[in-house]
Design a protein around this ligand. Sequence first.
Ligand code: G3I
Length: 300
Amino acid sequence: ATTLGAAAAQTGRYYGAAIAAGKLGDSTYTGIVNREFTMITAENEMKWDATEPNRGQFNYSNGDRVLNQALNNGKRVRGHALLWHQQQPGWAQGLSGSTLRSAAINHVTQVATHYKGKIYAWDVVNEAFADGSSGGRRDSNLQRTGNDWIEAAFRAARSADPNAKLCYNDYNTDGINAKSTGIYNMVRDFKSRGVPIDCVGLQSHLTNGPPGDYQANIKRFADLGVDVQITELDIAGSSQAGGYSTVTRACLAVPRCTGITVWGVRDSDSWRTGENPLLFDGSGNKKAAYNSVLDALNAG
Ligand code: G3I
């Protein structure tokens, strides 16, 4: 196959990208998006600050632009993200305790209901664990509403959109380490108690390539009975092309690794300014990293 999406589809997987509503008028950008990718994530437009700028007042205009760009071109959508301690609207940052808890759960219910039936998978909770072994992050106002906030969010999301896959998404969780093990234990606990969870997102913001135990980490999550998705892939550094190949092959080696999303289209679109971590250069040309991904997908 000659595009990332078609090549990934040969093994039943998707290949996606995060896109920005504000760039949809750029025909180079939109041309690449429409040609190459089969899954779309809104880079910012479905986050809490964007969708509920005032408490109880919802604004889906930019989120819907991204959604419709995808659906009108035959692509699926990963929803990102229902709850996160960053990119909260100011009013939520000022809440705490049970008031914040009920506002957060209402947010999950309202946004998941608005997009009901249109989302392949939601990042229900994003980046809730601290690096290391300390568990839920202390710098999250959501964590301070009580340790059960994550499962409350997953239950609310399942009620609102029973057909969306529900994911927990985080970074620095690519290898087997204290943080990813904490998440592994949470997923295992959720599965044993019937808390709804369907997938784990490994963001995979990398330099040169993934850790040596990347594939083993993907497999241990899959063995818990959840899908694994590579959700925000970008790779800086001189070994970039090889790193992209390694990531692709690791996902293809695990049946429940269902797809890969890169976090942006061209290097000039990346949040990692100056690191050139993506598959297309600033002019929209395919890089060596693109060819290594395509080759790995076609070999799969
Ligand atoms: O839209 C405003 C614009 O109106 C304003 O003029 C400008 C001035 O700063 O800011 C613009 O908003 C920025 C927004 O991106 C859109 O470009 C925000 O300041 C900026 O903070 C925001 O950054 C986003 C970041 O999340 C926020 O934490 C990045 O685009 C986005 O790529 C990044 O994505 C996150 C994932 O959601 C979660 N995982 C990590 C990943 C990288 O940080």
